[in-house]
Design a protein around this ligand. Structure first.
Ligand code: ZN
Length: 143
């Protein structure tokens, strides 16, 4: 998939800006609650478990497991993604617990299965953004 200027770009807000800044440096970060240690993504002001408003950004391991996925054949917006179909949109459970919606790459010709071990990779997009995507970890049983 190409991540050029024809595609929608992230729109960081005060909550999500640290995530996108870390991604520019090939680093996946998530929030960890300062009171109960709950790891969360996407970024929120308040912890969904204890409602505390203090948190720290922590570096995620980058490892995850495939929770669910779809193969996109009819993209929206169509004009931007027309040349990319079919492509994979996935819900990945990070090792730390939160789930992230992302793309799967490097799955051509291989089986895709639930709980498949994955590792994050970063792909460049327009305006200097980098987007976290995931690829199979072959040595751990991935395809
Ligand atoms: Zn909490």
């Amino acid at each position: 998939m190409r991540y050029d200027a024809s595609k929608p770009l992230p729109m960081p807000d005060p909550e999500s800006a640290p995530f996108w800044e870390a991604a520019r440096n090939d680093t996946l970060v998530i929030q960890r609650c300062g009171l109960c240690d709950h790891a969360r993504f996407p970024a929120t002001t308040y912890c969904p478990v204890c409602r505390a408003d203090n948190h720290a950004w922590i570096k995620a391991s980058g490892r995850g497991r495939l929770f669910s996925w779809i193969v996109v054949h009819h993209p929206v917006p169509a004009a931007a993604y027309r040349d990319d179909v079919p492509y994979l949109v996935a819900l990945v459970t990070l090792e730390e617990g939160p789930r992230i919606v992302t793309n799967l790459i490097d799955c051509e010709g291989g089986a895709i299965y639930a709980d498949m071990p994955l590792i994050v990779a970063f792909v460049g997009a327009a305006d200097g953004f980098k987007l976290p995507v995931f690829r199979p970890i072959r040595e751990l049983g991935g395809v």
